[in-house]
Design a protein around this ligand. Structure first.
Ligand code: HPA
Length: 278
């Protein structure tokens, strides 16, 4: 929990100033794409101006999750200037939840307007894998509340509305792109769990009854922070496995990473087309 508002604002400012310094006179990109598992190769499609390891940015933690490179890229994708978070931070890595979402406040406060969050997820209502889900809403009852503590009015209100966390127009745009590329994409509700253990079959049954379509261990802290500060958010899950109890065998990280990799050509094509039309 953030205890000292001024100290937190100062660290957001310091990280923002550091990134602005690296940009020199270059215009600050208004789009940030967060590369979840399987989306890593998208970094290769970006005409990179420069990149910086997270460990060099003041206040940024290190990314320790497998398949997460751990650097901020600034470049051009499909003709648009973008930030790319190549790797993100997860609560299960041991960071406080506000640290997980710290980058959102930093990039949002220097000028990012649209946040594209991607992740790998387990499928609850999915028939086969890999599959793609445009996140239309989320469930985060089990999460540590990222906005707990003194409210930071500079970012948003004490009790932010959550009726439209994921931008409807952007969901439609993502759907149009998928249709034109011949990629199957459904809409769905993403349930957030803290991990790192996968869910039990009973937990998946409960999430299913609650209305979840897929489940994962990321994205939601960032989406809450981003919506608090009024960013436009689009989220996409790559369903890499059937969730526990639905899957015939035990879940494994290998299955997740293999299926994310198998889907990466399509997921990268979809993100690129979306950015092109944005
Ligand atoms: N559960 C939670 N997180 C995940 C899963 C899952 O089944 N697959 C990929 N990330």
């Amino acid at each position: 929990m953030i205890e000292d508002k001024e100290k937190h604002l100062e660290s957001v400012r310091r990280a923002g100033d550091y990134i602005k310094g690296l940009l020199g006179g270059r215009k600050i990109p208004e789009i940030c794409i967060v590369l979840g598992s399987g989306l890593g190769p998208l970094a290769g499609s970006c005409e990179e101006y420069f990149s910086v390891p997270y460990s060099d940015i003041p206040g940024f933690p290190r990314s320790t999750a497998p398949g997460h490179a751990g650097k901020l890229i600034v470049g051009s994708l499909s003709g648009k200037d973008v930030f790319m978070m190549s790797g993100r931070f997860h609560y299960y890595e041991g960071y406080p939840v506000e640290t997980v979402a710290f980058y959102v406040r930093v990039l949002g406060s220097i000028g990012v307007k649209t946040l594209f969050l991607t992740n790998a997820a387990g499928g609850i209502k999915t028939e086969s894998v890999p599959a793609f889900v445009a996140i239309e809403d989320h469930i985060s009852f089990f999460a540590d509340p990222v906005l707990r503590g003194p409210n930071i009015e500079e970012f948003g209100t004490r009790f932010p509305d959550q009726s439209n966390v994921y931008d409807k127009e952007l969901i439609s745009l993502l759907e149009e792109c998928a249709k034109d590329l011949g990629i199957k994409l459904s809409r769905g509700v993403y349930a957030y769990t803290k991990g790192p253990q996968y869910e039990t079959p009973a937990e998946i049954r409960a999430l299913s009854i609650m209305g979840a379509d897929c489940v994962g261990m990321s994205t939601v802290p960032e989406a809450i922070c981003a919506s608090h500060m009024g960013l436009r958010i689009v989220g996409m899950s790559c369903v890499t496995n059937l969730a526990a109890g639905i899957s015939k065998g035990p879940l494994s990280e290998k299955e997740v990473l293999d299926n994310a990799a198998a889907a990466s050509e399509q997921s990268c094509a979809l993100v690129k087309e979306f950015i092109r039309r944005l």
